[in-house]
Design a protein around this ligand. Sequence first.
Ligand code: NAD
Ligand code: UDP
Length: 325
Amino acid sequence: MSVTKRILVTGGAGFLGSHLCERLVEQGHDVICLDNLFTSQKSNVEHLLGKKNFEFIRHDVTEPIFLEVDEVYNFACPAAPGHYQYNPIKTMKTSVLGAINMLGMAKRCRAKILQASTSEVYGDPEVHPQPESYRGAVNTLGPRACYDEGKRAAETLFMDYHRMNKVNIRMVRIFNTYGPRMHPYDGRVVSNFIRQALNGEAITLYGDGSQTRSFCYRDDLCEAIIRMMNGPDTFVGPVNIGNPGEFTIKQLAELVVKLTGSKSQLVFKPLPADDPLQRQPDITLARKHLNGWEPKVPLEEGLKKTIEWFRGIDMTKFRAPTPNY
Ligand code: NAD
Ligand code: UDP
């Protein structure tokens, strides 16, 4: 019989956090979703609000909070480049002060805590695909640094609380993940292309579209995250989670046009500074440690589900969190 745990999900109203909350509620756990709703909206967790084992707290992780919990999934942080670059100092505070506050809570409660880290810790990588042992190539001075360096500092804090205070930690490095409940105005490539294709707008390719990303469907990602949390205490990570299927951004645009049946034209815009040219996870460690986990959803199938979700929402009801999309 499985034990009911008190689980805190910070950033729980976001794209990934809301899906995690949903799965943990379904498993019967007592779930607290904490979010300041900077880049999300309550509608992501509306269907959970009436459940006895779910509660929502509007709070900013940069401020201390005292809760009694058994596990923490620390997902609070703007994740789309346009969002995290809007107020870069706040982004850094969210990663660093958020990690300190949540690690402090985990220490006090003797709770297990998992950090949502990112493939951005590898920067614009010279090693391809990227294994966890690769230390990365981040420009500390560039516009992406607030996010990349914030997440790197959070990893450092996690290791130090683990070594010094014996906090039971887990770290996952998430590669580009997509799916239903992405914010239509987050400016990320999948949401932008689908929104543009469905609205008959031009599809904006940055640079010549030859840069690559590897896209993981939300369900595959969340499955790996929950397995990591529930895995042995001896494997703390960091572990890469993603789908190694690698595509150029132009290939993605063409696929979205095909699957939506859109008449949108592709247009080329300047490549943003420090935009990584290639990215693909080496998931050898995840395969070995996560109880046979393997990403199952191919890009085309995941895109179809995502497009279906976008067709079903009223995009005018979504407030753009920042002007950058
Ligand atoms: P998202 O923007 O949808 O979710 C982030 C959530 O955190 C939002 O609900 C936002 O309102 C909340 N938040 C932001 N700052 C906060 C603060 N100071 N206090 C409380 N809540 C705050 O993005 P997502 O894609 O769901 O990302 C979730 C996590 O996963 C992030 O930590 C992100 O860095 C990480 N991640 C995501 C991806 C991806 O491809 N989706 C890749 C790598 C890492
Ligand atoms: N991108 C693009 N058009 C868009 C949005 C993004 O060509 O409308 C490109 C972007 O320059 C990057 C890739 O798509 O090379 C992925 O961008 P995203 O913001 O989704 O994530 P990240 O760069 O953080 O991986």
